[in-house]
Design a protein around this ligand. Structure first.
Ligand code: ATP
Ligand code: MG
Length: 505
């Protein structure tokens, strides 16, 4: 009996599809009319068969996309501000879901979330397009994360490592250096095989221009795509920006390439979603966000992965950024994102104010899968550093209240201050793997312990140069990601100690 029903249902579906196709081919368009317009959200009557995410056409270059399917009307979100739309005006179906151009032609370009160029460098002619909303790769299509993504930032590469295919949240208050960490990571991918996509959502124009300038100046823009959902754009356009960036990234990933996508930031994205939802009269929940706000970020970040070798072995690493208010990480959107991602880099307001930059709070930051992808040399050298540094920070708080400290505590504090100094890093001062490993070997072996803090930065550079000149083969070996034997560690320590003695004499 059920087989009969199934057959009839399938036949009816096939018939309906054929009718739709025929209507499309002969140019019959279903038409509706605008019932109401409010701040970029339009209610349309008379389009009974329209599908979710379908593009609707209001006139020549005026489009919106379907976001809400109600019993009597369709909620549509405009892609641009159109003040001349009027109630009663005709709306046509396009039978197309919202999509974005993808391809190598996008590299080096700045585009808006529907692929229109914003950089005055002419048209972008791509041959392929992908839907903005796509389902995430299946579990069996995924491979474990086992390749590191070097950020060039010592504190992250050593203590909160990121793997290719990981989703690592950058979280912190306003003006704590969140975007800087992301941009430095992009700059450090120059001369590697990683393609970067920087997606700005609702950011100040000056901040976005600043990022584009940095990318242009360094030449990193050539392997980058910048997707900008401007703060003055409609909420609908801002909302689709991260999905569009993800689709562009997925195109490269499916070709077996490695991609890094930055979402700056998802707080603004959630706010755009809240605005659209409230205008569409969806019921508000906690902090006035609709109940499915978790799902908009979960379905976005689930698309970030490392594909299995049979599918080309490409990877897509996501670095979403979220802003907190008064260091409150338990607010709605931050907690959602913490639970969706594989770890977080916590940018501390207090550290930023003290000038300890980058202001990464090591104690509160965590990377759940990156450790397995970290280069073996890092694991060997920096393994105990994380705990020791966290202990130092606690000790340092109490040490201020007393002058009588025992010898061991004093030693811990001396070492801790050196670790803190070594982990400080200016902007545009990315460190390669070899330099980082040499520095950490010297640090853990106590070569910095008797050096005054202001001299540490110079000495760090000198140690790296010494090893590079005295044992170039070892330097190249570390740079290519090999593990270090105890003899090799001893060689580094010997050369650097000799340099130190020579300086002191
Ligand atoms: P917003 O909340 O406005 O987006 P943000 O958290 O993204 O801010 P950034 O814009 O990255 O913060 O950085 C704020 C300021 O701190 C910038 O002027 C930047 O130049 C400076 N800054 C960030 N990191 C460093 C660093 N490691 N060394 C020196 N200056 C830094
Ligand atoms: Mg920022």
């Amino acid at each position: 009996m059920s087989t009969n029903f199934d057959t009839i249902r399938e036949s009816l579906d096939a018939y309906e599809r054929a009718v739709q196709q025929h209507r499309f081919e002969v140019g019959v368009r279903e038409m509706g009319s605008i019932a109401s317009i409010h701040r970029g959200v339009v209610q349309v009557h008379g389009l009974a068969d329209v599908t979710n995410n379908e593009l609707l056409r209001f006139s020549d270059d005026k489009y919106g996309w379907v976001f809400n399917l109600d019993r009597d009307s369709v909620g549509c979100v405009l892609l641009d501000h159109h003040n001349d739309l009027k109630v009663g005006q005709q709306v046509r179906r396009t039978y197309r879901t919202l999509d974005i151009p993808v391809g190598d032609e996008l590299l080096g370009r700045v585009i808006d979330p529907v692929g229109r160029p914003l950089d005055r460098r002419g048209r972008i002619d791509t041959t392929e397009r992908l839907p903005v909303e796509r389902s995430a790769p299946a579990v069996l299509d995924r491979a474990p994360v086992n390749q590191p993504l070097q950020t060039g930032i010592k504190v992250i590469d050593a203590l909160v490592p990121i793997g290719r295919g990981q989703r690592q949240l950058i979280i912190g208050d306003r003006q704590t250096g969140k975007s800087s960490v992301a941009v430095e990571t992009v700059l450090n991918q120059q001369d590697t095989d990683v393609i970067c996509i920087y997606c700005a959502i609702g950011q100040r124009n000056s901040a976005v221009t600043n990022v584009i300038h940095q990318l242009n100046r360094s030449g990193a823009i050539n392997d980058c795509v910048v997707v900008v959902g401007q703060s003055q754009a409609t909420a609908g356009l801002q909302f689709i920006a991260p999905y569009a960036a993800m689709s562009i990234g997925e195109f490269f990933m499916q070709q077996g390439r490695n991609v890094l996508v930055i979402f700056d930031d998802l707080t603004a994205h959630a706010k755009a979603f809240r605005e659209m939802s409230l205008l569409l009269r969806r019921s508000p929940g906690r902090e006035a966000y609709p109940g499915d706000v978790f799902y908009i970020h979960a379905r976005l970040l689930e698309r970030s992965t490392c594909l299995c070798p049979e599918l080309g072995g490409g990877s897509l690493t996501a670095l979403p950024i979220v802003e907190t208010e008064s260091q409150n990480v338990s607010a709605y959107i931050p907690t959602n994102l913490i639970s969706i991602t594989d770890g977080q880099i916590y940018m501390s307001h207090a550290r930023f104010q003290k000038g300890i930059l980058p202001a990464v709070d090591v104690g509160r930051s965590v990377s759940r899968v990156g450790g397995k992808a970290q280069l073996k040399a890092y694991r060997r050298i920096t393994g105990p550093l994380r705990l020791a540094y966290a202990q130092f920070e606690e000790l340092n708080k109490f040490a201020r209240f007393t002058s009588q400290l025992d010898e061991t505590t004093k030693q811990k504090l001396t070492r801790g201050h050196r670790v803190q100094e070594v982990l400080r890093q200016d902007l545009q001062d990315a460190r390669n793997v070899a330099d980082q490993i040499i520095t950490f070997v010297c640090l853990t072996q106590g070569l910095f312990d008797n050096v005054p803090l202001p001299q540490i930065k110079n000495l760090e550079n000198e140690f790296c140069d010494t090893v590079k000149q005295q044992v170039p083969s070892l330097y190249t070996k570390i740079q290519s990601g090999h593990d270090l034997s105890s003899d090799e560690i001893a060689t580094i320590v010997k050369n650097c100690s000799e340099h130190l003695e020579f300086q002191e004499s």
